[in-house]
Ligand binder design. Structure first.
Ligand code: UDP
Ligand code: MG
Length: 317
């Protein structure tokens, strides 16, 4: 088989990890070339997401030592999703298959071969799915589960326990390139691209070195982005709540009128204040949710670039 595979790997401040994991990626690539599952022109593309440490220097050194390693650098840190998109879209015209994987060795590299096999069976998109969450803390396990359930309820089609470890064919990448949105949540977007797809299952390990860049705050931001950039269900919920509260208020007014005319108007200060507080809370939350969407529209309307490449190891381009 002569299909060219590009393995796109986002890296942000990964000077501790890259010297260890690049060998694993190289070995896997060479193994697949040896087995003639992919072309000898296949490459590993490290995407430096504006790192502040020695990551870019390491990538440049690696690309000088190994012909099958390339690097591209993002002009500043834009986050994992933008880095992955930059790598995929930049590789689009050079490869037949593209696999994205994190650089910290958490995702089982041997699943790459299974993904390539699935591609040869005719699948254009292959999702890497974790078969368990044993290595996660209880907190991460339950918040992640809750998040996937919430996304499903909001009508966002996501593959359960799949992050951004996946294979896409050139046609699928061409499809993805037509989605122009700036607010990116790739795992919700790629099912919208369509094409024949399947999953392969793998075990997720601990990070080999360095620290996670996804603290609770960033995870929450990604979760909110995921929902608000792919679903308008929260707006419908507000409308529904508005109608429900109006109906309840109407019943309450009737009850108050009956009380007034039958002469037992008690000084219901406490209940009044509670109702006002509750409604104020609802209103503020609703305005907040609407604000989230207006913020998203604002960013989309500007149409700013989703990534800017500032440097390449391959200077011929
Ligand atoms: N990453 C990135 N830009 C960022 C944060 C992370 O490109 O702003 C990369 C990082 O180098 C790694 C991948 O995204 O390859 C996943 O990040 P991390 O391992 O920190 O997240 P976790 O696995 O803990 O969710
Ligand atoms: Mg990680």
């Amino acid at each position: 088989m002569n299909d060219i595979l590009y393995i796109v790997i986002p890296c942000y401040n990964e000077e501790k990890v890259l010297p260890i994991t690049h060998k694993m990626f190289l070995d896997e690539l060479n193994e697949l070339i040896k087995k003639e599952k992919i072309s000898a022109d296949s490459k590993i593309v490290f995407v430096d997401d504006g790192s502040r440490d020695e990551t870019w220097k390491i990538i440049c050194d690696l690309s000088e030592q190994h012909g099958s390693i390339e690097g591209i650098q993002q002009s500043r840190n834009r986050g994992h999703q933008n880095a992955v998109l930059m790598g995929m879209l930049d590789s689009r015209d050079k490869c037949d298959i593209c696999i994205t994987i994190d650089c910290d060795g958490q995702d089982d590299i041997t699943a790459i071969e299974q993904m390539v096999d699935k591609y040869h069976e005719g699948y254009e998109v292959v999702y890497g799915v974790r078969d368990n969450r044993d290595t996660d803390t209880l907190f991460k396990k339950y918040t992640a589960q809750g998040f996937y359930t919430l996304l499903k309820k909001m009508g966002v089609d996501v593959v359960y326990n799949h992050a951004d470890y996946r294979l896409m064919s050139k046609s699928a990448l061409d499809g993805l390139s037509q989605f122009k949105e700036v607010n990116l949540f790739l795992r919700g977007l790629i099912p919208l691209v369509g094409f024949k797809n399947t999953s392969v299952y793998y075990k997720r390990n601990e990070r080999l070195a360095g620290e996670s860049h996804y603290p609770l705050k960033k995870m929450l931001a990604l979760a909110i982005d995921g929902i608000t950039s792919l679903s308008t269900t929260p707006l419908s919920i507000i409308t529904f709540l508005g109608l429900l509260i109006s109906f309840l208020s109407f019943c309450f007014i009737i009850w108050v009128c009956i009380g007034y005319f039958s002469g037992n108007t008690m000084s219901g200060w406490a209940s009044l204040v509670s109702v006002i507080c509750l409604l104020c809370g609802f209103q503020l939350i609703s305005i907040g949710i609407i604000g989230e969407y207006i913020g998203k529209i604002y960013m989309e309307v500007k149409g700013r670039p989703r990534y800017i490449i500032s440097n390449r190891t391959d200077k011929n381009e």
